[in-house]
Design a protein around this ligand. Structure first.
Ligand code: 6R9
Length: 652
């Protein structure tokens, strides 16, 4: 069947799926309707999917009203996230594998049972305590994808400390900003990371970052990963393996209020420095657990693999917290999709008999370029369900994923969500939802999407506009760390009374949602969010640069590439060498993910008479659509645009 709106094929729910899945079509409709008609009754039941030390009596207490943005779920209950992810499974699952770790080197892997996880996490928790970490303190985690990353996060949760995980690909400067932002006195890192056979100098990056903070960090706990040589600061640095020898392997879980923060995760927005998104204890875990069970249709015994890094929210909710809350077996992968060759994902699936596989469109597009052979030489017979997250998936990549990787038998869940949402909000449920390639399809339980026009007017039926969510859900972020006003300003001031996602969205005649990408100054490069303002401020910090404007442009593999327009200081001449230098500068300043793909030297930027840069025009030029620049009548100097169009960088 073909979809009349978009021309894509429509895929029915396979019969065996509607039978075996937790949720079929009728159940989805019934539960979705109840989640709106009786939200507190609905969420009170779901709240019981985790164990509580003191049961909650209040379910939700939320306001999106201007001046009083307040989000509370299960607020009088107490619990502990690590206790839910570990202890409660021990009677039944002590010897079940909790984490399968697959190393960068295909010959290296290990399995960690729930009983082992309990000991490792308690031990790490005691090490943190020995270094003075107390309930409510923040701990920055800058680790590669090794089991200790999971132990560290759960150890924080166990003692009520708030973890802030910083992606290992971030530069010392970015790490420094994130350590300062939340005031961590303790940082956890490794000697070196290992990705695609290459070493990443994590300890030395951490040293440099801590120096930049003015040495506010008291303890740097270092996990030995590669054994490479590292500089040592004797008063501050400790080897993790030496510390563990000094402490016991049991640790009581701290009793936490449902609304106590579990973690902070820094994410880019359209303005200013990255924001510390704060997630809660109770509501977050209920939502991560529920979405993991229903969206991936997780059943006991399934082997589940999410390829994200724990440095991103996807790693938090869908490598760690959701799966472990459900007593699942979750696979954690240290490496990259094309090392030692581009069959790696599929070989790992065969090696560990993975049933559920969750990855990003950018990886699918990159692997698709090397053809079907690297996929077809593997069996993938264990695979049952595929997932996608991070950016819109183009129908061609979706079809290839479905036909070649999933051999036409595995449904694909295209899951739309954000760091801020804590868990999946718009998604198919594999036993319930007909699929349209490229559409994230339908709202999850309790989620009320609304499409509005630029003025905030609600648009009905088949339409396109900006995506808002009008009711709270338990996994929603609670605040920006240390800056509640910024929380309100960023998410609730554009359209009063609604959470604004920053995404554009189309709804078709069947009520299916199609996310069209960011409508703010955030670009999505290989599924990683970058604020254009961050890249611009890095560029203008270079002595040769007077002004910079950064926009996204369509990129075959990354989804969006980074296009930077740069105006030089007087007396500076554009050159290839300077172009390379600026790319290296941003790379060093923010991290490799922020490296501009194209830099165009521009004698001037298009501005309005009041001095505002007209990004709309810069985007069109970067997209190579100079014929659709739109209204240019407000430009202070129209000649500037002619020069930009003439000298556009070739991105083919
Ligand atoms: C989970 C995560 C959030 C932004 C979001 C949107 C884009 C994520 C998507 C998607 C279309 C999907 N996005 N999933 N767009 N379809 N299935 O990625 O969080 O890093 O905060 O990014 O990613 O633009 O606003 P985060």
């Amino acid at each position: 069947m073909t979809d009349g709106n978009s021309g894509v094929s429509v895929y029915d729910v396979p019969a065996e799926w509607s039978k075996r899945a937790w949720i079929d079509d009728a159940k989805y409709r019934e539960m979705y309707a109840r989640s709106l008609s009786d939200p507190d009754g609905f969420w009170a039941e779901q709240g019981k999917r985790i164990d509580w030390m003191k049961p909650f009596s209040k379910v939700s207490n939320c306001s999106f009203e201007p001046g009083n943005i307040s989000i509370k779920w299960f607020e009088d209950g107490t619990t502990n996230v690590a206790w839910n992810c570990i202890d409660r499974h021990l009677p039944k699952r002590a010897n079940q594998v909790a984490i399968i770790w697959e190393g960068d080197d295909p010959n290296e892997s290990k399995e960690i049972t729930y009983a082992e996880l309990a000991r490792e996490v308690a031990t790490f928790a005691n090490v943190l305590k020995a270094h003075g970490v107390k309930k409510g303190d923040t701990v920055t985690v800058y680790l590669p994808m090794i089991p200790e990353a999971a132990y560290a996060m759960l150890a924080c949760a166990r003692i009520g400390a708030i973890h802030s995980v910083v992606f290992g690909g971030f530069s010392p400067d970015s790490l420094a900003g994130r350590i300062e932002g939340c005031g961590s006195k303790v940082v956890i890192t490794a000697d070196e990371g290992l990705r695609g056979g290459r070493k990443v100098a994590l300890k030395s990056n951490a040293d440099e970052a801590i120096r930049k903070t003015g040495d506010t960090v008291k303890s740097l706990i270092v996990v030995k990963r590669t054994g490479g040589s590292v500089a040592w600061n004797a008063g501050r640095d400790v080897w993790y393996h030496e510390e563990t020898a000094k402490v016991s392997a049991t640790c009581l879980p701290a009793e936490m209020k449902a609304e106590d923060p579990l973690f902070i995760l820094y994410t880019s927005g359209s303005t200013g420095a990255p924001k510390g998104v704060v997630h809660s204890t109770g509501g977050y875990l209920v939502f991560a657990s529920m979405t993991h069970q229903y969206v991936f249709d997780y059943h006991d015994g399934d082997i589940y693999w999410c390829t994200a890094d724990v440095g991103w929210v996807t790693g938090h909710s869908y490598i760690l917290y959701g799966p472990l809350a459900n007593g699942a077996t979750t696979l954690m992968f240290e490496g990259v999709p094309n090392y030692p060759d581009n069959s790696r994902f599929w070989s790992v699936i065969d090696k560990h008999k993975v049933n559920i596989f969750y990855t990003a469109p950018t990886a699918i597009r990159a692997l698709m370029q090397s053809g079907d052979a690297p996929v077809k030489k593997t069996s993938r017979a264990s695979l049952r369900l595929l997932g996608s997250v991070g950016e819109p998936i183009n129908p061609e990549a979706w079809e290839w994923y479905h036909r070649v990787v999933g051999e036409d038998r595995c449904p694909i869940v295209d899951t739309w969500w954000q760091t801020e949402t804590g868990g999946i909000l718009i998604t198919p449920l594999p036993g319930a939802t007909k699929l349209k390639p490229g559409s994230a399809t339908q709202p999850f339980f309790g989620v009320v999407p609304e499409i509005v026009d630029a003025e905030g007017k609600m648009l009905e039926g088949a339409t396109e506009g900006n995506l808002c969510i009008t009711k709270s859900w338990p996994g929603q972020m609670r605040t920006v760390y240390g800056d509640h006003a910024r929380f309100e300003q960023t998410y609730f001031s554009t359209y009063k009374g609604k959470y604004f996602t920053g995404d554009g969205c189309r709804r078709d005649a069947d009520g299916y949602y199609w996310i069209t990408g960011r409508v703010d100054d955030v670009i999505n490069v290989s599924g990683h969010r970058m604020g254009t303002a961050e890249v611009e401020s890095s560029l203008v910090a270079h002595p040769a640069v007077s002004e910079a404007a950064v926009v996204g442009y369509p990129h075959d593999i990354k989804g969006q590439g980074i296009y930077a327009y740069v105006t030089l200081m007087q007396g500076q001449e554009p050159s290839e060498a300077l172009r390379k230098e600026l790319i290296a500068w941003v790379r060093k300043d923010i991290g490799p993910i922020a490296s501009p793909d194209l830099i165009q030297f521009a004698p001037g930027l298009p501005k309005t008479r009041s001095g505002k840069i007209m990004r709309r025009i810069l985007r069109k030029i970067a997209e190579d659509e100079p014929s659709s620049l739109g209204d240019t009548s407000t430009l202070a100097d129209p000649a500037v645009v002619d020069d930009l169009v003439r000298n556009r960088q070739n991105n083919k």
